[in-house]
Design a protein around this ligand. Structure first.
Ligand SMILES: [Zn+2]
Length: 195
């Protein structure tokens, strides 16, 4: 069972669901689309949803004008996550990442019209990641990411801003919080408790 320790973006606004859909010659949308915090504006932080290893960090087929555009795949202990149409990549293939670590920024590269994140979860290890399903564009192990998102939690940015504003911690401690990747649930509880 795939469990997220952090949402992939500060926004959790779904602009297009997972499932059968005809677009760009495909019959299946293997992930969910998430809109920018400010609709249309690129650059929102994208976070690793759990600890893992970066398996892909590149422009699709070397050409950002096709498919996923700039995209990342992370292999976690028992599932994989994919982040597509990115503006910038901040991690390299083979790199180990922690939950909540910034891996890049939301963009509009590849087959995309407007800033958004195309987010996929595949319930398999990376060896099986690209195994296809029956419909065009469907992947055998892809599942709907929407029910897995953390609900009713502060975004990482909001939580850190609250903790910073309270100034009950010295600069070194705040600096540590800002740079150390925490699970989003923990940061949320922490920020709400010192309010
Ligand atoms: Zn999509």
């Amino acid at each position: 069972m795939a469990t997220l320790r952090c949402n992939p973006t500060n926004s959790v606004r779904q602009t297009s669901p997972y499932g059968p859909r005809n677009y760009a010659g495909l019959e299946f949308h293997p992930g969910m689309d998430i809109g920018a915090t400010v609709p249309g504006k690129e650059g929102d932080n994208l976070y690793a949803v759990a600890d893992g290893t970066v398996r892909v960090s590149k422009a699709n087929a070397g050409n950002p004008a096709t498919g996923y555009g700039y995209y990342i795949v992370i292999e976690h202990s028992n599932y994989c996550s994919l982040y597509g149409h990115m503006q910038r990549l901040e991690v390299k293939e083979g790199q180990k990442v922690k939950a909540g670590e910034v891996i890049g920024h939301m963009g509009n590269t590849g087959l995309s019209s407007g800033a958004h994140l195309h987010f996929e979860i595949r319930d398999c290890n990376y060896a099986k990641f690209w195994e296809k399903g029956t419909l065009k564009g469907e992947y055998k192990y892809a599942i709907d990411p929407q029910p897995l998102l953390l609900k009713n939690v502060l975004s990482i940015t909001e939580a850190l801003n609250i903790i910073k504003k309270k100034r009950i911690y010295d600069n070194d401690t705040i600096e540590f919080m800002l740079t150390h990747p925490w699970p989003q649930n923990f940061l949320d509880k922490f920020a709400k408790n010192i309010k």
